[in-house]
Design a protein around this ligand. Structure first.
Ligand code: TMP
Length: 212
């Protein structure tokens, strides 16, 4: 077992920015270079809370907007013990979406402010690095399967992108913007570069608390 903790690395972006592909490539590259790494994703649709979220996203069930927001947050909190355990054991955890998606998506709805949306996630393990995969919502819409789930419309995604931009102004979070309109391999190389330096920095630091 490694004596250094692993890093918590998050990939964020609007829908269809390529986060899932890049998370898998990052974990594979880290493992290949002998660094223990695992992927997690939010929402995690396998838990009982996750199943509820899944039925909401697939439009099989209606849930009040505040209630679904809190369920997305609860889905992160329920996985904190296993996430922390992995990090403490030296595993770098690469996360496909996190609290930033939570705040950006709900605050893109009418009547929600960013501060209220952030509150339930205050104190979650703080990522050592958050990479925002940037593509225009119009380009994301051309990448296929757009429009099947709730939230997958260009108009909504445009507002989500604006909310992410507000979140990225927060200097307490280590944000890096990645140009995700490039070729998959070029995007991957940018991501690897940032990740390796975050992993090194994280080794000598305790796990922080988000937005505290
Ligand atoms: P996925 O396509 O990455 O599985 O994400 C599912 C959708 O849920 C996506 O449209 C973003 C949205 N979402 C929220 O609204 N709040 C959250 O906290 C998270 C993690 C995702």
């Amino acid at each position: 077992m490694s004596c250094h903790r692993g890093a918590l690395i998050v990939l964020e972006g609007v829908d269809k920015a390529g986060k899932t592909t890049q998370c898998k490539k990052l974990v594979a590259a880290l493992q290949h270079s002998g660094r223990p790494a695992e992927v997690m994703r939010f929402p995690d649709r396998t838990t009982s809370i996750g199943l509820l979220i899944n039925s909401y996203l697939q439009k099989d069930r209606e849930l009040e907007d505040h209630a679904i927001h809190l369920l997305f947050s609860a889905n992160r909190w329920e996985l904190v013990p296993s996430m922390k355990k992995k990090i403490e054991q030296g595993v770098t955890v690469v996360v496909d979406r996190y609290a930033f998606s939570g705040a950006a998506f709900t605050s893109a709805k009418q009547g929600f402010c960013l501060d209220w949306c952030k509150t339930p996630d205050v104190g979650l393990p703080k990522p050592d690095l958050v990479m925002f995969l940037k593509v225009s919502p119009a380009e994301a819409a051309l990448r296929g399967q757009f429009g099947e789930e709730r939230y997958e419309t260009s108009v909504f995604q445009k507002t989500v992108q604006q909310r992410f931009e507000q979140l990225m102004k927060d200097p307490s979070v280590n944000w890096k913007v990645i140009d995700a309109s490039k070729q998959i391999q070029d995007v991957h190389e940018d991501i690897i570069g940032h990740s390796l330096s975050a992993i090194t920095t994280a080794q000598s630091q305790p796990i922080g608390e988000l937005w505290k």
